[in-house]
Design a protein. Structure first.
Length: 73
């Protein structure tokens, strides 16, 4: 399914093609936790559905999270 959302981080409109069904979206919109409604999606894809933000926008705003975790070790 092709999903277009406006990012809550940047205000930009982003589009992604995701392996999700209308039924899964309706379950999430009906109150089911997104990770339960769409377990087949990656955390980044689920975040896109919720906020419209892409992983690129997160990287620009907060840096590479792997680097942050490595610094804590």
């Amino acid at each position: 399914m092709i999903i277009t959302k406006t990012s809550t981080m940047t205000g930009l409109t982003n589009t992604m093609e995701l392996d999700v069904t209308q039924q899964q979206i309706e379950q999430w919109e009906g109150g089911m936790l997104i990770q339960n409604a769409m377990p087949n999606l990656t955390p980044e894809e689920r975040e896109f559905i919720m906020s419209g933000a892409t992983s690129s926008e997160w990287a620009v705003a907060y840096g590479d999270m792997e680097e942050v975790y490595d610094e804590d070790r």
